[in-house]
Design a protein around this ligand. Structure first.
Ligand code: APR
Length: 257
């Protein structure tokens, strides 16, 4: 399992392989890095700036109240970009794991693109919302949405021009936290892919998973802020690392059957 780019601590290879062979329940956390090779900018690339604004200053309810045009234009641009992008080999590999893994699996993504589901993943939670969903602040309805919002279209459900991106902004509560917490508490393996570990609560999942006894693995281009917490870290591109890891897991499963 270890290669020259990986760090493996704790029990060495044989014991590690045994631990992997015993895995039944998996939680995978993904971040912007898994979509980078599909051409979608990560949040903290290029200094995390968009038109001279820090992302953290655009993605907040306060920013939306202060300058809704700016915020809606930012999300219109990103919504348009994801619709030109395609799933890459890492999304495809996770969809393959979802299709063939016989134990429990939950893919928790911080990403608001739809590339996991376009690749075919179904056991998936978008904890930070979705670009292709609009949320009406008047009637509280949610509508699948592909078009811009900055021209203030009417909500299809109530007719009010009160739609905002269905995105969890800084200071707001991520979605489906109970389900995520339950899955992490029950998993044997927690895998973090393409996330900088800068934003909570997702950044704290590795600690929770370890608390409950899970094995933990990081797959990322650079060490994340929480790298030290993982049993093993493999550094490289998601399109290389994720298919290789999925092959390993499916091989372990086949050997067990
Ligand atoms: N393969 C693997 N990892 C990559 C690749 C790649 N090709 N390219 C970049 N990365 C890694 C970077 O090294 C970095 O650690 O992906 C990570 C991306 O980090 P961020 O841009 O911080 O994205 P993310 O961790 O998903 O951000 C979390 O912050 O802004 C909020 O709500 C937003 O969901 C987002 C959250």
């Amino acid at each position: 399992m270890a290669d020259k780019h990986s760090r493996l601590d704790g029990p060495l290879c044989t014991a590690h392989r045994q631990a992997m062979a015993d895995i039944r329940n998996i939680v995978v956390l993904t971040g912007a890095g898994i979509s980078a090779e599909s051409g979608i900018d990560t949040f903290r690339s290029a200094g995390g700036l968009w038109e001279q604004h820090r992302v953290e200053d655009v993605a907040t309810p306060e920013a939306f109240a202060r300058d809704p045009d700016l915020v809606l234009r930012f999300y219109d641009m990103r919504r348009a970009n994801i619709q030109k992008a395609y799933p890459n080999a890492a999304h495809d590999a996770l969809a393959r794991l979802d299709q063939y893994w016989q134990g429990n699996l939950l893919i928790v993504t911080q990403n608001v693109d739809d590339l996991h589901e376009r690749a075919g993943a179904e056991r998936l939670i978008h904890m930070h919302g979705e670009h292709l969903s609009a949320w009406c602040l008047s009637c509280d309805g949610r509508t699948r949405w592909h078009a811009p919002l900055s021209d203030r279209p009417a909500c299809p459900q109530c007719g009010e021009a009160a739609l905002r991106p269905d995105i969890v902004w800084f200071g707001e509560m991520p979605y489906r936290m109970d389900e995520i917490d339950r899955a992490i508490g029950q998993c044997d393996l927690f895998v973090s892919i393409g996330t900088s570990g800068a934003v909570y609560p997702a950044a704290g999942y590795v600690r929770t998973a370890r608390h409950y006894g899970a094995r933990t693995l990081e797959l990322n281009l650079d060490p994340s802020q929480g790298s030290i917490m993982f049993h093993e870290c493999r550094m490289g591109r998601a399109t290389d690392l994720v298919p290789a890891w999925v092959d390993e897991m499916l091989t372990h499963q086949a050997e067990r059957l």
